[in-house]
Design a protein around this ligand. Structure first.
Ligand code: C5P
Length: 310
């Protein structure tokens, strides 16, 4: 009997990510920008449970405002399930239950993690049996960050962020995350970057269409030394995100004042990621932030990508 016939539900867990380095080049004709980035998967997870159904449906828990997560084809997990069904010529459906922990529209790839988890969960539920390479190819069609959520660990992303190569990272890195109640739209932040570059005199299409991650970033990850990594974490989208949310700069400064080695906006924001020297240092930073009324989360990376846990 096949796995599909014997399995009532599949539970998959996929991580959120921080862009330890994010260089943004020019805009391609399709609107996507050339990227050179280093992703690190961190211990903040999305859980997706897939159950057999005739149609496609989604339920979501773990969000303060349910209106921020669409339950139709605008939801990347829904698109992932349908894309897999089409590719596998599967004519049933699936009921997806999404338990969110990664902030919605927070710059940490929560929606991409849902999509990656849905691909893995439906593949197992339906007994599709696609290879990791085939799942990666479908993931890249869904969004630039989805392949990384499948992959996990620490990886260099080039192209539109979807061409991945593993990066060697020793040990563990401790991060304190300060989330925001209000998410930020990724296209808006990229658009703001283009506008800022234009205002600077450089046409938005002038930046290079091929770029590399600087060697010191990779060396710091290899060394496992957070102090070294703190010298090279960087985000080209940060200026644009700060333009939309000036208060994030104060959050970064408060984090550094409380003992963080360095802080950046994660991806397109508004989540702020503060790199800390140790788990103890991270707790200290959290206490310092709380004195200013700032709630935070302590996570570590790298962690594994989308995995079946039950
Ligand atoms: O791929 P994803 O759906 O995450 O991208 C969301 C939006 O972010 C895109 O529509 C685009 O505006 C912007 N983006 C970009 N260049 C990338 C990745 C994303 O301009 N490499």
């Amino acid at each position: 009997m096949s796995f599909a016939a014997t399995t009532e539900s599949v539970h998959v867990r996929a991580p959120g990510k921080i862009n330890v380095y994010l260089g943004v080049g020019g805009r391609h004709d399709d609107g996507y920008h050339a990227l050179a980035t280093v992703f690190q998967a961190v211990s903040l997870y999305e859980d997706v449970i897939a159950r057999h159904a005739d149609d496609f449906s989604i339920t979501v828990t773990g969000v303060d405002d349910p209106d921020t997560v669409p339950l139709d084809d605008r939801n990347l997990a829904m698109r992932a399930a349908k894309l897999l069904a089409t590719a596998a010529e599967y004519d049933g459906g699936v009921a997806l239950e999404i338990r969110k922990s990664v902030p919605v529209a927070g710059g940490m790839g929560g929606g991409s993690a849902d999509a990656a988890a849905a691909l893995v969960a439906c593949d197992a539920l339906w007994g599709t049996g696609f290879t990791p390479a085939r799942l990666h190819e479908l993931a890249a069609r869904l969004g630039a960050d989805v392949p990384f959520a499948l992959h996990g660990g620490t990886a260099v992303g080039t192209g539109r962020g979807d061409q991945l190569n593993p990066a060697l990272a020793r040990g563990r890195f401790d991060w304190v995350l300060v989330t925001s109640d209000q998410g930020l739209s990724t296209p808006v932040v990229y658009g703001r970057l283009d506008a800022l570059r234009e205002a600077d005199g450089a046409l938005a299409d002038d930046p290079p269409l091929s770029l590399d991650v600087p060697i010191p970033v990779l060396q710091a990850l290899r060394s496992g030394d957070p102090e070294l990594l703190a010298e090279s974490i960087y985000n080209d989208l940060q200026e644009a995100a700060l333009h939309e949310r000036p208060e994030l700069e104060t959050t970064i400064l408060r984090g550094i004042h409380a003992g963080a080695l360095q802080g950046i906006v994660s991806g397109s924001g508004p989540t702020v990621a503060l790199l800390c020297a140790s788990p103890e240092a991270a707790q200290h930073v959290q206490a310092g932030l709380l004195e200013h009324g700032l709630d935070s989360l302590h996570v570590h990376g790298p962690v594994a990508g989308a995995r079946i846990i039950a």
